[in-house]
Ligand binder design. Structure first.
Ligand SMILES: [Zn+2]
Length: 227
């Protein structure tokens, strides 16, 4: 609700790029605005900029988020209407550009903090992990060379978000930690389970698991037990 408001205030003029992102109708298909340029990630960025929890709480209903092709503009007015014509002066205001990389980091950090490796389970296949969902809905994590995919709804939404914003996708590919990995919370849980903290360490671990699996498959177990 707040995110929707931040994206379409009638007293602000948004960029053409933003208007195009917004025009993916119906509303739930505005993946980039919903998953990347949302209020939750904005709150994380404001905290990084030194805003206190109280200042963020006060300002969050008045923020506008305007996405440009290579950058994002935040605006929180100093004066906001309270009732009728009365104006209230907020503790803090802001009007500045924010890097798209900051939104990717915010998304990653939020999902990292929600990751839970205790819910990861192994399966009969070495390249598949299971994440025990609540309400008996499990998620399937497919471990590939240089990438993990997840069967959940959020993974699909975040992937679509990057599909809608090509520059954000470039930033994701160049991110020093993610290097192209969609930062879904189940995937980050799998990283924790595999004791990986970045794509580079994941690629290394993946190779080790694959080698072990190949060795296992190539072993003639009848011969081994005869010895
Ligand atoms: Zn997932």
């Amino acid at each position: 609700m707040n995110t929707a408001k931040a994206h379409c205030r009638t007293d602000r003029k948004y960029s053409g790029f933003h208007t195009r992102l917004r025009s993916y109708e119906p509303n739930q298909e505005n993946f980039a605005l919903k998953h990347l340029y949302n209020i939750e990630n904005t709150k994380e960025i404001l905290a990084k900029l030194g805003w206190t929890r109280e200042e963020i709480k006060e300002a969050k209903n008045h923020i506008s988020i305007d996405v440009w092709p290579y950058i994002v503009r935040f605006h929180i007015p100093k004066w906001v209407p309270i009732s009728g014509t009365a104006l209230y002066k907020q503790t803090k205001s802001i009007s500045r550009f924010i890097s798209k990389k900051d939104f990717i980091s915010a998304l990653m950090e939020r999902n990292m903090s929600q990751a839970d490796l205790s819910l990861i389970e192994e399966t009969d296949e070495w390249y598949i992990l299971k994440y025990k969902g609540s309400q008996a809905e499990d998620h399937r994590l497919l471990l590939e060379d240089g990438n993990i995919t997840c069967s959940c709804h959020a993974y699909n939404g975040i992937s679509q978000a990057f599909h809608q914003d090509q520059y954000a996708l470039k930033c994701l590919m160049k991110d020093p930690i993610l290097a192209g990995q969609i930062p879904d919370k189940h995937i980050l849980s799998a990283w924790q389970y595999l004791k990986c903290h970045c794509m580079e360490s994941y690629s290394w671990v993946w190779k080790k698991i694959q080698d072990a699996a190949i060795h296992y498959l190539n072993t003639d177990w009848d011969e081994v037990s005869d010895e």
